[in-house]
Design a protein around this ligand. Structure first.
Ligand SMILES: Nc1ncnc2c1ncn2[C@@H]1O[C@H](COP(=O)(O)OP(=O)(O)OP(=O)(O)O)[C@@H](O)[C@H]1O
Ligand SMILES: [Mg+2]
Length: 406
């Protein structure tokens, strides 16, 4: 029996599924998170053989200490599937001498400067970039990098406080919009489409790979409320226009010495076809992309991931049957959801291609769309043909509307 510790097992909503996957794969699972055991989602609770509640799961040292004092068994593996806790897991892993990536290795996936430096040292195409303190330094850095630039916080997430600036005047305006950010990254602005390259590896060998397409680019979709952003997990990942992205992804994994588990990379495809590195994380993509990946092949990657990392097992006994899009909806107005329009029509015209949906119910308060991509709910559509998947996804974007008021 393998003993596996999962750091973070309650939130976000994927984590109970990964916890469940570990148990179904045959591991004895122990969890760490911040809520009392009685508040854990039942799926996670059922899967656990032991649980430790900590005050602050992001505090690496304190969490490692608490785990050391508590540990009821010796852990063979220590896993985390969420960006905020990957380093905590590495700390705990080192404490137990458990298999898996070291703190130094994981840091390459967490610190964007170190990441990009290493990736560009290996000759992989990354945007030209410079770090700069807010203020004058930014203007000098932008001159060096060359306009248009992308201005973003050194420690950014969710496209927050990220701007395209075409001139010093626009840079000045952008800096005014984010006066609380002390330090920025200034990057060459890459025009193009944005894709992911997501993998599961065993000991440095990629056993599963997939790609998703962001429609529109996150910078646009995350800053314009009326847009219903889409992530489309692609059936045909061997299409010629994606080849450059896959090759880039493989090179990046080697450069960063990734070992086992999920990775989630974002890359740009310029109109001339060039693939450019965006960023990479040592965890699965969030925002229900593991679900779209599952819907592409009717598989359970929560469990397959567990089998891969814990037992080194993988079987390619599935096919890519569909492209699957998730469409995130934002209500019009603020306050509470009052009514939903267009759902009947959508269900009548392509209900059989809707794999799942989860819209806020009437009476629920709107979510903060700036903070969470999940927004006020989402719909999954899938079809063997990409074009048809996109047409249905766009109809969910335009024809389905939620209305809110106080
Ligand atoms: N150099 C660039 N050129 C063009 N667009 C960029 C560039 N850097 C960032 N962007 C845009 O800003 C978005 C957010 O940037 P990035 O992914 O680097 O940071 P993040 O905020 O940590 O991301 P996430 O939303 O994945 O948490 C990207 O998805 C892209 O749309
Ligand atoms: Mg990103």
């Amino acid at each position: 029996m393998k003993n596996v510790l999962i750091i973070g097992c309650a939130y976000p909503p994927e984590l109970p599924h990964f916890t469940r996957g570990l148990a179904e794969a045959g591991a004895q699972v122990f969890g760490v998170d911040q809520q009392p055991e009685t508040h854990l989602p039942s799926m996670a609770r059922r899967a656990l053989s032991g649980y430790l509640q900590v005050d602050n799961i992001f505090d690496e040292q304190a969490t490692a200490e608490a785990v050391r004092r508590w540990a009821p068994v010796r852990f063979d593996r220590v896993e985390s599937l969420w960006e905020g806790t990957v380093l905590t897991a590495a700390r705990v892993r080192e404490l137990f001498g458990a298999k898996g990536m070291t703190h130094e290795q994981v840091t390459r996936f967490r610190d964007k400067d170190k990441m990009k430096q290493r990736v560009s040292e290996r000759g992989i195409r990354t945007p030209r970039h410079q770090r700069a303190l807010a203020g004058k330094e930014c203007f000098a850095a932008a001159e060096q990098v060359g306009y248009p630039i992308c201005l973003k916080p050194v420690a950014g997430a969710g496209s927050a406080d990220t701007f395209r600036c075409n001139s010093p005047a626009e840079l000045e305006a952008a800096l005014h919009k984010a006066p609380y950010i002390p330090e920025f990254n200034i990057e060459e602005f890459i025009d193009g489409e944005e894709y992911t390259y997501d993998t599961i590896s065993i000991d440095g060998n990629v056993v599963y790979e997939t790609m998703s397409w962001y429609r529109p680019r996150p910078l646009v979709g995350r800053s314009t409320e009326w847009i219903s952003p889409q992530t489309v997990t692609l059936r045909d990942i061997h299409a010629p226009h994606l080849e450059g992205g896959r090759a880039l992804g493989r090179d990046v994994l080697k450069a960063l010495e990734h070992e086992s588990g999920f990775t989630h990379m974002e890359w740009y495809r310029k109109s001339d076809g060039e693939a450019v590195f965006g960023e990479i994380a040592a965890r699965p993509p969030g925002a229900h992309t593991v679900d779209t990946m599952n819907f592409v092949s009717d598989i359970d990657l929560f469990k397959r991931w567990a089998e891969a990392v814990v037992f080194g097992r993988w079987t390619n006994d599935f096919e890519r049957l569909y492209s699957c899009a998730i469409i995130f909806k934002r209500a019009q107005g603020s306050g509470y959801i009052r009514h939903i329009e267009g759902l009947d029509r959508i269900l009548a015209s392509f209900g059989e291609h809707i794999a799942a949906m989860d819209l806020l119910p009437i009476g629920a308060h709107r979510r903060d769309w700036v903070k969470t991509l999940l927004s006020d709910g989402f719909v999954f559509v899938r079809h063997p043909d990409l074009q048809q998947t996109m047409e249905m996804a766009d109809r969910v974007g335009t024809d389905l509307q939620l209305y809110a008021s106080y």
